[in-house]
Structure formats: C-alpha cells, structure tokens
Ligand binder design. Structure first.
Ligand SMILES: Cc1cc2nc3c(=O)[nH]c(=O)nc-3n(C[C@H](O)[C@H](O)[C@H](O)COP(=O)(O)OP(=O)(O)OC[C@H]3O[C@@H](n4cnc5c(N)ncnc54)[C@H](O)[C@@H]3O)c2cc1C
Length: 467
C-alpha cells in the first residue's frame, strides 16, 4: 500500500502513474484536506479569467502522452465552452479551472481497478502526523484515522505565505492567504488595495478584482517591482546548445543571446524557451555559492521572464496601468501603522527603490499578501511538517526552498540518511532541482517516482514489510 499526502497536480499525477504502471495489484491511498481532490492551490479557482500561463499544447499531465490535455479539451463537453473554434487548441491559454477538471478526470479513471487490479482510493482528511516503524509508516489524521502504509509520499505542495512585517496589519484589513478567493471577493469595490508581491499571484489578484469591477486604486509592491512578462505568439523553441557553465558566464551568455536575438528581428523569449529544458541541469552544475548568488541577485529577473502570462491577461494588466488604476512599484516596506480606528486605512511606510533612503506613505484599506509560498519548513506551521521535523524524519535543503531529497525523491532525515519509505515530489523538491514547480517538470518527476516506487527492489521491501 502506498500513501500519498496531497491531491493537487503532483499527488494525482503520481497516483495515476502508479495505477497504470503497476504490474501487480497496488493500492494507493490519496489523502486531501481540501473539499475536493485534484485541484490543489493552482486549480481550485472558479474564475474563468484565471488562465493557465502555459498554452494547452504544453500542459499534458502525462510524460509519455504529450497530447493528453489537448485530447481532453477536444472531448470534454464542459471544456468546449472555453475553447475558441477559430484557433488551434494547442496555442490557447485555457482557464485554470478547466485544468482542474482534467486532473480530476485522471483521478476518476484510477478509482476503478486497473487490468492488474490496482486502484486509487481517495480519503478526504488531513494527515497530521506520521511515524516511521519497521513495519512501514503509520499515519494519523485529523479525523482520528490511523493507517499503515508501506511507503509514503509527501505531495503537500505550496505552503501559504508567511506574514513577516504584514503581521502588523489588523486582520480585518489583511488577506493573508491570496488563494482564499472568497476573502478577495469580500474587498469593498472602492477600497484602496495594496498587493505585496508582483509575481503571478499578484496578477491573479488583480484579475479577480477587475472581474468584480473594483473601482479603488491598486498598488502592487515588491523590492524590484518586476511583474511577469507576457507570452507572445512569435515564440518558438530554440535548439541552441547551452553548456553547463559558471554562473557569471551563463548570465553574460543569456543577456548577449537575448540581445542578439532581438537585434536580428527575433524575440528574447526564444532564448528563455531554449533554456527551459536545461534549467535543472544548469542549476545542478552550479556550486552552492553560485546557487546562493543566483537566488539572491538573479532569480527575480529570471522568474519574471521565465513565468510568463497569457497575452490577454497581460493586456488587461497593461490597460489597468494605463488607466491609472494599477501601479506597480519597486520598494521596501519599512513600517506599518494604524491609528486605532478599525475602519481607518492602514498606513504603510515604503522606501522606494533608488530613492536614496527617502520614504513615502501608502494608505490601504486592504492589504493582500502575494509574497509567495513559505518555503522554509522551519517557519511552516503545518502540523504534519512540524511533527516530521521534530522526529528528525525531514530536514530543510541547503537553500531553505523545501525539503532535502535524494535524486529519486527519497527524503533525507536529520542525520543525513536517505529514506527508502518516505518520499516527496513537486515544489517541495525545489532546493534540489530549482525548476520543479510547473506541470511540464512535475509530470516527468511523477512518472520517474512511480517507477521507483514500483521497481522490483521497492516491491521486495514491500513484501518483506508486509510479512
Ligand atoms: C496560482 C498558481 C497558478 C499556476 N499556474 C500554472 C500554469 O498555468 N501552468 C503550470 O504548468 N503550472 C502552474 N502552476 C504551478 C503548478 O501547476 C503547481 O505548482 C503544481 O500544481 C503543484 O501541485 P502540487 O500538487 O505539488 O501542490 P498543491 O497544488 O499546493 O497541492 C498540494 C495539496 O496537498 C494538500 N495537503 C497539504 N498538506 C496536507 C495534509 N497534511 N493532509 C492532506 N492534504 C494535504 C493541500 O490541501 C493541497 O491540495 C501554478 C501554480 C499556482 C500556485
């Protein structure tokens, strides 16, 4: 029996791969604490204006069936309402909620026994603690279940953001979890809104507010004020040879290639795309000092060029900027104050980037925390993660981007030993792979991990454990 905690894309993709690869009757238990399995943080939105940021042709959930999502779009009746008949489906940016339906369709298939008798059983419950024993792994859930599995995989994904300085914002003014769409929908239409963070979640929040016909001013603030770039229809993959190199040389080559491409009438996005399949290799080729330097100085620039948004979404953001309703600014929050009146706006003192130390005051009726998931597990309040940390079953990776793992996803414990019963995949493995947050990377990882869990050696230890 294999337990998987978390039924977002990573957990479902792994469960589905185990289900169809197993040559013997394997039983997968898939735990999820949300109301619905298969949606996770990214695909629980019900706003059809929240679009995928990758065209449909790149979003197959299965590593060995590149057209699986496109085929789903062709045959699914509900999806038909979101497809433009006059355009190639592969190039369309469809709503994220449609992708959620797709993941749920994979899950639905795996609930019926496979030809080898494997099945995925879904359990709506939160796993709050685990114990590793000689007989396998024992799970405790919030609703009082105690379950033993032979192997356990954490597919727990993105933790909510930490509040940091924003903890000083009174609760009635703060949207602490940007994926709590109901909270964002509760913001008064005339409120002045400060969004802290200028990445993809900021874009989501602005699109939500725009759909609600928000009238108040919106400021989006981050240290560098870098918002995601737009996709563009010109782009194509470039087979350029990128060698693993030192960080400084890589940076120079990237800038030079981008410039050359633009000067010769092309588009810088082609260069970023060419690197897309190489990022993990390049990351692994850097030493730890260079990886640190990349994270500190270059990652914000790389991320805003790499994680791009659909052209129609970019158009709406641009229109709001031009209309003067949205302002994206670079700066640092230095103080947060209130005058004690619950209805009065929060006063946020900001030092704009390049202002030579001068500060300015922003007044906001609502503050939305879009600073990104908390990746440092020491600051993660989740009972499961805390319990595993306390027992020394997990440890953070060197960059505090997630969990320390071996190449095949085995969790590394506090003593530095790789587990052969505890595994993880998806965003929790970012410290090892860096580029492992989006579907195209996780689908490969989930396929490889399923094979690892089902390998003859893995099965042997399973039978020994059961005996
Ligand atoms: C807003 C957003 C938009 C994105 N858009 C795209 C896109 O367009 N294209 C693309 O390729 N990628 C996109 N991504 C990235 C990518 O798809 C996700 O990172 C990926 O889905 C990761 O899924 P996951 O299952 O690992 O994590 P999550 O989606 O975070 O799912 C983890 C699940 O585990 C559950 N869980 C956690 N702990 C427990 C517990 N103790 N017990 C029970 N359940 C638990 C959670 O409730 C959650 O449902 C987006 C990501 C986000 C956040």
């Amino acid at each position: 029996m294999i337990g998987i905690i978390g039924a977002g894309y990573s957990g479902v993709a792994l469960a589905y791969n185990i289900y169809r690869e197993a040559q013997y009757p394997e039983h997968v238990l898939l735990f999820e604490r949300r109301k619905e399995h298969g949606l996770g943080a990214a695909y629980s939105t019900t706003n059809p204006e929240h679009l995928l940021n990758v065209p449909a042709g790149g979003m197959s959930g299965l590593a060995d069936e590149p057209d699986d999502f496109v085929n789903f779009l062709r045959r699914d009746r509900r999806a038909a309402a979101y497809i433009r008949g006059d355009q190639n489906i592969r190039n369309q940016f469809v709503p994220r909620m449609v992708y959620g339906w797709y993941i749920q369709s994979l899950l639905a298939q795996s609930r019926s026994p496979s030809s080898h008798g494997s099945v995925v059983e879904t359990i709506g419950d939160e796993v709050t603690g685990v114990m590793s024993t000689k007989q396998g792994v024992v799970l405790h859930t919030q609703r009082g279940r105690v379950v033993r599995v032979d192997k356990l995989v954490l597919a727990t994904g993105h933790a909510p953001p930490s509040q940091g300085l924003l903890a000083a914002v009174p609760a009635e003014h703060l949207v602490a979890d940007p994926w709590n769409y109901a909270r964002i929908e509760g913001i008064d239409r005339n409120a002045s809104v400060l969004i802290v963070g200028t990445g993809l979640t900021m874009v989501d929040t602005v699109i939500t507010l725009a759909k609600l016909e928000h009238r108040g001013p919106i400021v989006a603030l981050s240290r560098r004020g870098l918002a995601p770039q737009s996709h563009c229809s010109l782009e194509s993959d470039d087979p350029a040879e990128w060698q693993v190199d030192r960080l400084r040389a890589l940076r120079r080559k990237l800038c030079r290639s981008g410039r050359n491409r633009v000067e010769s009438g092309g588009d810088w996005r082609e260069v970023v795309n060419a690197l897309r399949g190489k990022t993990q290799e390049l990351w692994l080729g850097l030493n730890q000092r260079e990886q640190n330097a990349f994270l500190r100085h270059l990652a914000p620039y790389w991320e805003s060029h790499r994680h791009r948004i659909a052209p129609e979404v970019a158009g709406r953001i641009q229109a709001m900027i031009q209309a003067g309703q949205l302002r994206i600014m670079a700066g640092k929050i230095v103080n947060i104050a209130t005058d004690g009146q619950p209805a009065a706006p929060v006063q946020i003192s900001v030092r704009p980037r390049g202002s030579g130390g001068n500060t300015m005051m922003l007044r906001a009726d609502a503050v939305v925390n879009c600073t990104g998931p908390e990746t440092n597990i020491a600051r993660n309040q989740d009972p499961l993660i805390q319990s595993m940390l306390r027992q020394g079953l997990i440890r953070p990776d060197a960059h505090r981007l997630g969990l320390d793992v071996s190449d095949d996803g085995g969790l590394i414990n506090a003593a530095g030993n790789v587990s052969d019963t505890l595994f993880t995949l998806g965003p929790t493995t970012r410290g090892r792979w860096y580029e492992i947050v989006a579907v195209p990377d996780i689908r490969k990882q989930s396929h490889a991990l399923a094979r690892r869990l089902l390998s003859p050696i893995a099965r042997e230890s399973r039978l020994v454990a059961v005996a």
